[in-house]
Design a protein around this ligand. Structure first.
Ligand SMILES: Cc1cc2nc3c(=O)[nH]c(=O)nc-3n(C[C@H](O)[C@H](O)[C@H](O)COP(=O)(O)OP(=O)(O)OC[C@H]3O[C@@H](n4cnc5c(N)ncnc54)[C@H](O)[C@@H]3O)c2cc1C
Length: 312
């Protein structure tokens, strides 16, 4: 996580400043506020602002004049009910803003989540940092044979070493050419006083997807949980999952009751199709049932059996 001394000092100064407020604050999230949480080799996620807490969800659901909260157990019951029945709008009353540093290929997947407000670092305006993602050896895996969108066994020995060499060399070379075309080094010094240098908006076009970009990303709690459910899921690519998991930790601190309901009903739960429900009913009745006569596809059957912890 390559932060400069100046950036670290700016973060520290922000962390030291406090101000009185009548608005709801969450001590556990205040403790985390502005601090970069490392993700991958150079990335981070940091919470830079938030609005609301668990009581804002309850307050909106009860449309109350005050804080709207009752006994903790009643609030928990209400939030669980809302989550279970997908009564989602009360969760939209809370908002959070993150500053994220992430590889461009992760940003490509992330930006598909349209319900956030985004402002990205401009590589037309500024020179990109010389930082590219290189997977840790344990994440350098072969193409999965079972799933076209996934990884299989970890690469080893010479093959792994060669892949790492290619990833590093290509990125280094592309960045070297970027500086050459700009006629400017990463630190802003000129390379050749006799040359004009290419515009930043053009010099960047050969850079690899492994380069890091940054953005401010603001979203409401409902849509954040939707993002986390999709991207912390084992089907999501490891690199975006690493970010989703770091964000899930911030959600746990921010809205613990909502997060527990989400983990029980959302990522910790399993949605059954009508066919899947019929299979579960037959299994509960002690009836034998096979994939062939269940009406489920092989894939759905495999997924259901895995969720039930049974052999296919
Ligand atoms: C494991 C995985 C694999 C994927 N593979 C691919 C792939 O191969 N190719 C690919 O292109 N994408 C792929 N995606 C991206 C995926 O199709 C979605 O674009 C992405 O997950 C964002 O989901 P979303 O639209 O629900 O989220 P958001 O954009 O955050 O939207 C949230 C919800 O708001 C509603 N909404 C938002 N905008 C609209 C709209 N314009 N019209 C109607 N409803 C709207 C929908 O209910 C939506 O679910 C993949 C995603 C995952 C998690």
């Amino acid at each position: 996580m390559g932060l400069t001394a100046e950036q670290k000092a700016e973060i520290e100064a922000q962390r030291q400043a406090t101000q009185p407020t009548r608005r709801a604050t969450v001590p556990a999230l205040e403790e985390l506020l502005y601090r970069p949480l490392p993700v991958l080799d150079h990335g981070f996620v940091r919470v830079v602002d938030y609005m609301g807490d668990d009581s804002a969800v309850v307050q909106a659901a009860r449309v109350s004049y005050g804080r709207g909260t009752k006994k903790v157990s009643e609030d928990q019951g209400l939030i669980n009910y809302l989550m279970r029945h997908r009564h989602t709008t009360p969760f939209e009353m809370c908002e959070i803003k993150y500053h994220v540093k992430l590889p461009i290929f992760v940003a490509r997947q992330w930006i598909r989540h349209r319900t956030a407000n985004v402002n990205e670092y401009s590589a037309r305006y500024s020179i990109l940092d010389k930082e590219f993602y290189v997977p840790a050896p344990e994440h350098l895996a072969a193409q999965s044979v079972a799933n076209r969108q996934g990884r299989g066994d970890v690469l080893e020995g010479k093959e792994a070493a060669r892949v790492l060499e290619i990833l590093r060399d290509d990125a280094e070379r592309a960045y070297g050419h970027y500086e050459e075309m700009l006629n400017e080094r990463e630190d802003g010094t000129k390379i050749d006083g006799a040359r004009q240098g290419l515009a930043r908006e053009l010099a960047r076009i050969n850079l690899p997807l492994s380069m890091y970009t940054q953005w401010y990303w603001k979203i409401d709690l409902h849509n954040l949980l939707h993002f986390v459910a999709l991207r912390a899921d084992p089907h999501a690519q490891y690199e975006i999952r690493a970010y989703a998991e770091a964000m899930l930790d911030t959600v746990r601190k921010w809205v613990p009751i909502t997060c527990a309901a989400f983990e029980a009903n959302g990522i910790g739960g399993y949605r059954l199709s009508a066919g899947g429900l019929a299979v579960v009913k037959r299994l509960l009745a002690g009836e034998p049932v096979s994939q062939e006569e269940s009406g489920l596809s092989k894939r759905e059957w495999r997924e259901l059996m895995a969720a039930l912890g049974r052999e296919g």
